[in-house]
Design a protein around this ligand. Structure first.
Ligand SMILES: C[S@@+](CC[C@H](N)C(=O)[O-])C[C@H]1O[C@@H](n2cnc3c(N)ncnc32)[C@H](O)[C@@H]1O
Ligand code: SF4
Length: 405
């Protein structure tokens, strides 16, 4: 049950309210991450339902940074005194920002927040916007991890996907990124239009040829309100895509990249700390248009969402009246088990059972019944010290997660 779902009418000046429920009681707060959303792309890809918009001829970088500062300053009372373990600049295409703009953005975060010296600072970049000099400047400003949207190394496939780059630009971007920072992630998608097993494995082989330490491998999904949903391309069927998933996992494992989350593979020590914090039910402050946040307090856990439209968010943020917050609601105690398990069970190793109480403020006894039922059905590991899906549970992850609804 949601306790409060307030309030936002854009431009009304109404402040989002949060009502404290009887519920969470946390003895310590989890690690805090920061997510910053950059909402523009060179052009919109036909499969993408992210909050991303074709950029105007001139990026409104000044207005964006001013609005971001206003958004951040208004959020400070909610995160006072806390250390920031990771920052993620996502999009959209953050690599559209100028080097000076990105430098200002990170300096702003450091001036206002206690960003730990060894914090992981990731920036998403589109190979079609990659420049060696700019990547080096981003790194000099503090970016220590680049995540490149490669999708495929097949030129014909990249065209079908409406990408702004070809395979040789993708390869060049990987080399530039690897020269600029120590940690590089490559995003690939599989089960692409007309793709067969050979083509899928060839994409993976090419990704590995760069000595990649982290791969995100997403099953292409037809999302509502996208061009692909309206004009669906011919896609591999469920059996073919399941076979691709299995073959890719085996190929990556043989190369030393272990699957540690539904879509994430890494060499030992190279896991994405920022995303791990989401899956381990840590906290994150979400800044920028459409950004979501989850913040814990000693007596409640709050979820927030910013206005999605970039212009509306910018105007509302600089008004400094709270109207850039579209929604802020306290998560009810009856929602917390599902929210926690939805994240934790995505991790192949699951999480320590003790973290359920630490992160939700609820006793494990609150989920004793579904835990027992899921273990009996062979979906959950019987080890009482961990909350972890069995291989069968991972295969039927949605069913397992829904048992905690
Ligand atoms: C925000 S984008 C990454 C950075 C940059 N915008 C780019 O595309 O190059 C995050 C990733 O989500 C994945 N993605 C986007 N839409 C998807 C869809 N419909 N199905 C599966 N993966 C998707 C893509 O792999 C993409 O790289
Ligand atoms: S570049 Fe990335 S965020 Fe932008 S539309 Fe394409 S997939 Fe979406």
């Amino acid at each position: 049950m949601a306790i409060t779902i307030p309030i936002h009418q854009a431009g009304s000046g109404a402040r989002a309210r949060v009502v404290t429920p009887a519920g969470a009681s946390l003895t310590s707060l989890p690690p805090l991450s920061v997510y910053v959303h950059v909402p523009w792309c060179v052009r919109k890809c036909p499969y993408c339902d992210f909050n991303s918009h074709a950029a105007p001829a001139e990026l409104p970088e000044r207005a964006y940074l001013d609005a971001l500062r206003a958004d951040l300053e208004q959020a400070l009372p909610s995160v006072w005194g806390r250390q920031v373990v990771s920052v993620f600049l996502g999009g959209g295409t953050p690599s559209l920002l100028s080097a000076a703009g990105l430098d200002e953005l990170l300096a702003m975060l450091r001036a206002c927040l206690n960003v730990l010296p060894d914090a992981e600072i990731t920036m998403e970049a589109n190979p079609g916007t990659a420049e060696a000099g700019r990547f080096r400047d981003y790194a000099a400003s503090g970016v220590n991890r680049l995540s490149l949207g490669i999708q495929s190394f097949d030129d014909a496939q990249l065209k079908k996907l409406g990408r702004i780059h070809d395979a040789s630009q993708a390869r060049a971007a990987i080399e530039m990124a690897q020269r600029a920072v120590d940690r590089v992630n490559l995003d690939l998608m599989f089960a692409l239009p007309g793709q067969d097993m050979t083509a899928c494995l060839d994409d993976v082989r090419q990704a590995l040829s760069f000595g990649t330490e982290h791969l995100s491998l997403y099953h292409l999904t037809l999302e509502p309100n996208t061009v692909f949903a309206k004009y669906p391309p011919e896609l591999p069927d469920d059996d073919a895509s399941a076979a691709m998933q299995d073959a890719v996992e085996a190929a990556l494992q043989a190369a030393g990249l272990l699957r540690y989350e539904v879509s994430a593979y890494a060499r030992p020590g190279a896991r994405c700390r920022h995303n791990l914090n989401y899956w381990e039910f840590g906290d994150y402050l979400g800044l920028g248009p459409g950004a979501h946040g989850k913040l814990s307090f000693h007596d409640r856990i709050v979820r927030e969402a910013r206005l999605r439209n970039p212009d509306s968010w910018m105007a509302a943020a600089i008004a400094r009246d709270g109207s850039h917050i579209a929604e802020a609601r306290t998560v009810g105690p009856d929602e917390l088990p599902f929210e926690f398990m939805l994240n934790a069970l995505r991790l192949k190793d699951g999480v320590a059972a003790s973290s359920f109480q630490e992160r939700t403020g609820l006793s494990l006894a609150a989920i004793a019944q579904p835990l027992q039922a899921a273990t009996k059905r062979g979906l959950l590991d019987p080890d009482p010290t961990r909350l972890r899906a069995t291989p069968l549970g991972w295969r039927f992850l949605n069913d397992l997660q829904e048992m905690f609804l």
